[in-house]
Design a protein around this ligand. Structure first.
Ligand SMILES: Cc1ncc(COP(=O)(O)O)c(C=O)c1O
Length: 384
């Protein structure tokens, strides 16, 4: 019998859709997929070579649960200089980013605690909160305001049970980047109400306008923030399962207890490759971001020519979150699009009730696919 805490937690809609698309493609269907939450590039060769070397060197056993010292140091140095987070290697735990989010939920939430997060937002937060027997409290953002969160709404949602705020900038699914001033206002709210913040910064390097700002760089925020990020999106390393959490030593110890009892440590031979990713040449990372930007602009221009679709220009990540005019549920809209136009996009409702009326389109695919896919969507929209 499934546990009560798992009831009401659906399987990931985004992963289910990706699996369906792969299955349909394997059967020969000519599908254009805008459903991927991952770069379509290959991991840069210098990183692959570093991994091969560590295998050849026989680096194939358990490591320190928090990660090899060189990697913890590389991450803390990067966080110090790039994110202005005043941390050392002792504040870093190497772990897959998704696992970091689950560990944070299990380590810091008690049954009945409330966690404030945006709607629409990445669904895994909701699952992690529910599995920890806590309660998500949604703060809606709107298409018309570019999905920027209003700190006043966060403040209004606080109750004596509120324990944590989850932030994700740049955002999956909207691509929105939370402005620094807004993050500063949210920080003040967190401090005044003694709340923790889980800041998911996995898209921190995929930003086209403006700069990334880490809320943990505000000195009074460091002790109450768990910053999570990773290599998946920045270096096209989704299959490597490598990310990290940065936290105060005390909070890190709590996360490490779960790490030791769950995965023990990250894959040993992948960790020297992660050091190479962070400390080696960054030219491929920069080229990927340039390419994503070109694709974003292309996709936005093409969507704006489609009757019945509207789109914001997001400043980061590799997603667009267009709003469509027909009054049908996004799940039905996306199923019809897949069946009739053979284009896969993710229903907005997979990202919370307020995502209804929109769909997520990932432009982490080639320009040719973007042109062909959006031409199919254009024809499809005429049939509605
Ligand atoms: C917002 C966000 N956070 C975290 C993750 C998880 O990253 P990883 O696959 O590296 O665990 C994803 C992956 O799609 C994401 O979109």
């Amino acid at each position: 019998m499934v546990s009560k805490r798992l009831m009401g937690v659906p399987a990931s809609g985004t992963i289910a859709l990706s699996n369906l698309v792969s299955f349909m493609k394997s059967k020969g269907a000519d599908i254009i997929s805008f459903s991927m939450g991952e770069p379509d590039f290959t991991t840069p060769q210098n990183i692959i070579d570093a991994c091969k070397k560590s295998l050849d060197d026989g680096f194939t056993h358990y490591t320190n649960s928090a990660g090899i010292p060189e990697l913890r140091k590389a991450i803390s140095t990067k966080a110090f200089y790039e994110n202005n987070i005043h941390c050392t290697a002792k504040n870093v735990l190497v772990t897959p980013t998704k696992h970091a989010i689950f560990m944070a939920a299990l380590a810091f939430l008690d049954r009945g605690d409330e966690v404030i997060m945006e709607d629409p937002n990445w669904v895994t937060y909701d699952a992690a909160i529910r599995i920890a027997e806590a309660k998500p409290k949604f703060v809606t953002t709107s298409f018309d305001d570019g999905f920027v969160v209003d700190p006043a709404k966060i403040e209004d949602s606080i109750t004596p049970k509120t324990k944590m705020i989850i932030l994700n900038s740049p955002s999956n699914p909207t691509g929105n980047v939370i402005p620094r001033e807004t993050l500063e206002e949210i920080a003040n709210i967190a401090i005044e109400n003694d709340l923790m913040v889980l800041s998911d910064e996995i898209y921190e390097n995929i930003i086209y306008e403006g700069n990334h700002f880490s809320i943990a760089s505000i000195p009074e925020m460091f002790d109450r923030t768990i910053t999570v990020s990773g290599l998946s999106k920045t270096y096209a390393m989704t299959g490597w399962r490598l990310g990290w959490a940065i936290a105060s030593e005390e909070n890190l110890k709590a996360l490490d207890i779960i790490q030791t009892h769950s995965i023990s440590c990250c894959t040993s031979f992948a960790q020297p490759a992660a050091v190479e990713a962070i400390t080696g040449p960054q030219n491929e990372k920069e080229a990927m971001v340039k390419e994503f930007r070109k694709r974003r602009d292309l996709a936005v221009d093409l969507i704006r020519e489609i009757r019945g679709l509207e789109v914001n220009v997001p400043q980061g990540a590799f997603y667009l979150f267009p709003r469509y005019a027909p009054k049908i549920r996004s799940e039905i809209m996306c199923t019809k699009m897949l069946e009739e136009a053979q284009v896969a996009v993710t229903p907005g409702s997979a990202f919370g009730p307020n995502g209804e009326g929109c769909f997520r389109l990932s432009y982490a695919t080639s320009e040719e696919q973007i042109i062909e896919g959006l031409s199919r969507i254009k024809k499809f929209m005429f049939t509605l």
